[in-house]
Design a protein around this ligand. Structure first.
Ligand code: GLU
Length: 306
């Protein structure tokens, strides 16, 4: 019995060490650099007031109330946006804070949140199968996705750009990609864009952003394309080796994803976003997270109810 316990513990420790050292999520290279979200010299994050007596005729909300936990889907390898520190397991970034702000309005404290990492290619499945109550992770609202999931928002407008090595001189924008190797992510909108014959790029498709960043660093590819907001985070985390080039060449309005038929939850989240964009909480969140990676603050687009 004692032996079995020890063996189990050894396996657990090994598993932990493996994630900490070479984990699939944020590796050392992705760690936010410079001023980090939550650091004492960073702008302070706002406090969210947890609402009481919230009643909503929403299936996801009711299920969350019953289990006493809200399950939120997010990214884990996007510094300043949706990042999980592999040592502390703490999540940080703009999307994480937006998700916490909404949770508070729904009556859930931070300790009642269960985070679930969901990458771009599995978002629609995770949401429609009810594996998450809602999803906040650089998720572009578009009609194709609207056929499968619901969207609150938009709460931010990003656009595709390019991440290259600091010494790269020939790639300056999307029109300079002919014959170049460009990495992007399965299930993401910038991958669809870059595959268009007009760019003449050779595309590499991977599941995780951090893997594409590694391929840029190790010269297996020449560039990574995705939203400027994401790329600026990687460049800020590794300014000696990486830079962002090209004016945004697509429009990526970010939405909060939820079950397609859960209109009550969708409206509750729209209200939360609208209220806190107005009362300044949103700007405070921005300044303490995404703003630190060098993206200037722009007023978010108006909420679209459909
Ligand atoms: N915003 C784009 C998308 O939703 C790219 C970022 C991502 O993969 O999350 O596809």
């Amino acid at each position: 019995m004692k032996l079995r316990k020890t063996a189990a513990l050894a396996v657990a420790v090994l598993a932990l060490t493996a994630t900490a050292c070479g984990g699939k999520e944020g590796s050392a290279g992705d760690k936010p650099g410079g001023v980090q979200p939550g650091a004492t010299n960073a702008p302070q994050l706002p406090q969210y007031i947890v609402a009481s007596n919230v009643k909503l005729d929403s299936p996801a909300f009711k299920a969350a109330k019953e289990r006493g936990k809200l399950i939120i889907g997010s990214k884990a390898d996007q510094p300043y946006l949706g990042f999980e520190d592999q040592a502390t397991k703490k999540r940080s970034g703009f999307d994480i804070e937006i998700a916490k702000m909404i949770a508070a309005d729904l009556g859930f404290t931070e300790s009642q949140i269960e985070w679930k990492t969901v990458d771009s290619s599995t978002r629609e499945t995770a949401i429609s199968k009810g594996q998450v109550d809602y999803y906040v992770g650089t998720y572009t609202i578009n009609d194709k996705r609207k056929a499968q999931v619901g969207f609150a928002g938009p709460y931010y407008m990003a656009g595709a750009a390019l991440l290259v090595r600091k010494d790269e001189a020939t790639i300056t924008g999307p029109q300079t990609l002919k014959g170049k190797k460009v990495c992007s992510i399965t299930g993401s909108t910038p991958l669809q864009e870059i595959k268009k014959p007009q760019y003449g790029a050779q595309t590499t498709e991977l599941a995780k952003y951090s893997d594409c960043v590694q391929q840029v660093l190790t010269k297996q590819v020449d560039a990574l394309t995705t939203d400027d907001s994401i790329l600026k985070g990687y460049a800020a985390a590794n300014p000696a080796k990486l830079k962002v080039v090209g004016d945004p060449f697509t429009k990526e309005p970010y939405g909060v994803g939820m079950n397609k038929d859960d209109k009550v939850l969708r409206e509750a989240i729209n209200k939360s976003l609208e209220t806190h964009i107005k009362d300044g909480t949103y700007k405070k969140i921005y300044d303490a997270t995404l703003g630190l990676s060098g993206s200037p603050f722009v007023q978010p687009p108006a909420i679209v109810r459909y």
